[in-house]
Design a protein around this ligand. Structure first.
Ligand SMILES: Cc1cc2nc3c(=O)[nH]c(=O)nc-3n(C[C@H](O)[C@H](O)[C@H](O)COP(=O)(O)OP(=O)(O)OC[C@H]3O[C@@H](n4cnc5c(N)ncnc54)[C@H](O)[C@@H]3O)c2cc1C
Length: 440
């Protein structure tokens, strides 16, 4: 009988393990894959010797995301900044523009005005963000919400696409309320007409360095290649059974799998109906992230956006001796060949016809049974219909996972750290022990 079984070894599960392990509890961590890290995965881009993250990479900004930076500082992990870029190529209404000073007349002013109005609405919503009766009219799709603002079709298309890239799903499938909540409470995806040209931090040696530090600190008993198929709780313990019929017992458990994976686990008693509803439908996030090694770009620090298919957003992340390493994001449903060399070449050529892609590297998270999607995108209606029940503990089981964050950072690693700490705090209370003495 252990104190706690943690199911899932991504950042949230590893954070929970660290919190509980350093507080003196016996922790078993069961991870389905043969590696830890979940939707973060640091690899080497073949042939370059350069570490790249196929999943979570950017930390956000220090002023808006506090939890991830606390961990970066705690473990003295070096952080580097994405090279700053200017717009190299923008596609607007099917036309390619390479001079940001020569966009269609009135376009910039209309975007600025739209952004001002959206930000104003977001700020006005802040006091009652968690009151469903007040926010329900805004819990519609981003496209539907933008349609109410009287904007030109061109500007609706631009802003829809910015939101799509941010959430990794088409604008019809993502909640305007979530977007407004995010703008109001911590982040401003629509802050700049220049399409998220912010300088963003990432871990110099990859996100794996954070995972390794958390796990080293946790002192947990880690079982890899141990997918959990059943979680049953009674009034005084939790029984967890893996696909290989291994059986683990503990006083408590933390489920730290992606929300889209809850449906693959047999819970007894059954999960709250809200959790069942969201996992059955699945969150909407599914955009591909593809690394490209390219040459022949108009400038080594390249940024482009606006193509309705292919890469909807692409920019230089690292400059190596072999060429520029770029990350491109696009919808693999609309452009299934994005993961291939030929598909990536075609998608990059839409912005930079003379560029040549020498190699690509990526992971298809959508067809990965232990992710079933990418970073979370809340669907219209989820917040006001299902609300806090998505993240609420159930008996002896707490729920971690960035997907369950209620602080509008769910799509970020910051949310994974926060929910790991939250679930561990709940578990400690259940185990009736003093507050964490986790090393700072
Ligand atoms: C392509 C991509 C790009 C991203 N970019 C960024 C970014 O730049 N910045 C950022 O902050 N965030 C980014 N994110 C989001 C971020 O990576 C995630 O939000 C975060 O890593 C989630 O951590 P987690 O612990 O909640 O879940 P996960 O990392 O998904 O961990 C869950 C773990 O549970 C395991 N599991 C699943 N089912 C079972 C089971 N039945 N039994 C046992 N184990 C199971 C999985 O194998 C996995 O290890 C990105 C995500 C993706 C996919």
């Amino acid at each position: 009988m252990h104190d706690v079984i943690i199911i899932g070894g991504g950042i949230s599960g590893a954070t929970a393990a660290r919190e509980l392990g350093t507080a003196g509890h016996s922790v078993v961590l069961l991870e389905a894959r043969d590696r830890l890290g979940g939707r973060t995965w640091t690899c080497t881009f073949p042939g370059t010797g350069t570490a790249v993250d196929l999943g979570g990479m950017w930390l956000g900004r220090r002023d808006t995301f506090r939890h991830i930076y606390v961990e970066a500082d705690r473990y003295h992990l070096p952080v580097v900044q994405t090279p700053s870029t200017t717009v190299s190529s923008l596609i607007i209404d099917g036309m390619r523009h390479t001079d940001p000073q020569a966009l269609p007349p009135g376009y910039g002013a209309e975007i600025d005005e739209a952004v001002r109005r959206i930000t104003e609405t977001a700020q006005a919503t802040l006091p009652y963000l968690h009151v469903p009766d007040r926010t329900r009219p805004l819990d519609v799709s981003v496209r539907q919400y933008l349609g109410t603002l009287g904007l030109s079709a061109t500007v609706v298309a631009t802003l829809s696409q910015q939101a799509s890239v941010h959430y990794g799903a088409p604008a019809d499938e993502i909640s305007a309320l979530y977007l407004l909540g995010e703008i109001a409470s911590r982040y401003t995806p629509f802050a700049q007409q220049t399409l998220a040209l912010d300088v963003l931090d990432s871990f110099r040696d990859g996100t794996k360095t954070l995972l390794d530090a958390l796990i080293a600190d946790a002192g947990a008993e880690v079982h890899l290649s141990s997918p959990v198929r059943r979680v049953a709780q009674t009034s005084d313990h939790v029984e967890v059974i893996t696909d290989a019929e291994e059986r683990f017992l503990a006083r408590t458990a933390i489920v730290a799998t992606p929300l889209n994976c809850w449906q693959g686990i047999d819970f007894s008693p059954a999960l709250h109906s809200a959790k069942q509803a969201v996992t059955a439908q699945g969150h909407a996030g599914h955009f591909a992230k593809v690394w490209l090694l390219a040459e022949g770009l108009p400038e080594p620090h390249f940024f482009a956006a606006g193509s309705p298919d292919g890469f909807q957003w692409i920019r230089t992340e690292r400059v190596t001796d072999q060429g520029s390493l770029l990350t491109g994001f696009g919808d693999p449903v609309a452009s299934p060949d994005l993961y291939t060399l030929g598909g990536a070449q075609k998608a990059l050529a839409a912005y930079a016809p003379a560029a040549r892609v020498r190699a690509v590297h990526s992971h298809d998270w959508n067809h990965d049974p232990y992710a079933r999607g990418t970073w979370i995108a809340y669907r219209p209606g989820w917040l006001t219909t299902h609300g806090p029940a998505i993240s609420a503990p159930e008996g002896r089981i707490a729920f971690a996972g960035g997907d369950t964050s209620t602080s509008y950072n769910a799509l970020w690693m910051d949310g994974a750290v926060e929910t790991g700490i939250r679930a561990a705090a709940h578990t400690r209370a259940l185990l009736n022990t003093p507050v964490s003495t986790a090393r700072v």
